[in-house]
Design a protein around this ligand. Structure first.
Ligand SMILES: O=C(NCc1ccc(CNCc2ncc[nH]2)cc1)c1csc2nc[nH]c(=O)c12
Length: 247
């Protein structure tokens, strides 16, 4: 899969793309990630990429031409019809795991980052396929959202997470939050690991994990339990959780 990020600040991506899972995925040619700077597609003396908003108002707006040319360039370079152009935008659709899975199915993903007070709306209207937000809070630009989306999409690509691919069991995969994780030492600072996890009784461990996942969801994200059809087993576990949480 190829991910092209269009951003005025390519250096903001060097860190996250240069380490760990995303670096290994690029080294293994599972993903190809490239950041393209719209400023490289300006031909005026001062390489202008932003300008004052028509109609007045504070801040600057990114001009449409450099972004248009940068998108055109990477789309032509990839030469794939199986592509999606996504605008990072505070007013976009909320990004979630389902959207990550969907975006991972394209051959080429182009992520357009706005900056300053936004970008000329003609890009959103005429160039992009959809606009996506990563949440209801205001950031300084679309770079971190693009990095988050790159991360979430890349881990959906087979092989990126390595052999023991955990992506299938993501907490947001089966609709509930993840169970608690522990590793050695068995006791640290007087804090012990739940006995059941040391028992080797895999059926008991699986039940404990399912119950703790239901507990976490009930306590921290009860909204995820609304309107969900629970199996009789899960209903029993959730009932136990509710009485335990009631104290
Ligand atoms: O580019 C992003 N943010 C930079 C940014 C912040 C504020 C404004 C305000 N718009 C000016 C305006 N005033 C009136 C009309 N238009 C525009 C752009 C961003 C991309 S995805 C995302 N997800 C969650 N939060 C985010 O901020 C983002």
């Amino acid at each position: 899969m190829r991910i092209d990020i269009i951003s005025l600040f390519p250096d903001m991506f060097t860190g996250p793309l240069g380490h760990s899972i995303l670096k290994r995925a690029q080294d293994n040619n599972l993903i190809f990630v490239q950041v393209t700077n719209p400023r490289d597609f300006t031909y005026d003396k001062h390489h202008i990429v932003d300008d004052y908003p028509f109609g007045g108002g504070s801040g600057m707006v990114m001009k449409p031409e450099p972004i248009f040319r940068a998108v055109e360039n990477v789309v032509n370079a990839a030469n794939s019809s199986n592509r999606r152009v996504v605008l990072m935008c505070p007013g976009g659709q909320p990004f979630n795991q389902a959207k990550a899975r969907e975006l991972a199915s394209y051959e080429q993903l182009v992520l357009v980052c706005g900056h300053y007070e936004g970008i000329d709306d003609r890009i959103r209207q005429q160039v992009v396929d959809e606009a996506v937000s990563i949440g209801d809070y205001v950031l300084t630009g679309g770079e971190l959202p693009a990095m988050i989306i790159t991360d979430a999409v890349a881990r959906m690509i087979p092989g990126v997470l390595g052999a023991n691919d955990g992506a299938q069991h993501d907490s947001f995969y089966n609709g509930f939050l993840e169970y608690p994780q522990y590793t050695r030492p068995r006791e640290f600072n007087g804090w012990e690991v739940p006995e059941v996890l040391l028992s080797g009784d895999h059926a008991k461990i699986e039940t404990w994990r399912r119950k703790e996942s239901l507990r976490a969801t009930f306590v921290r994200r009860p909204d995820l339990l609304e309107g969900v059809e629970l199996s009789p087993r899960d209903q029993k576990l959730l009932q136990e959780v509710k009485s335990e949480q009631a104290g």
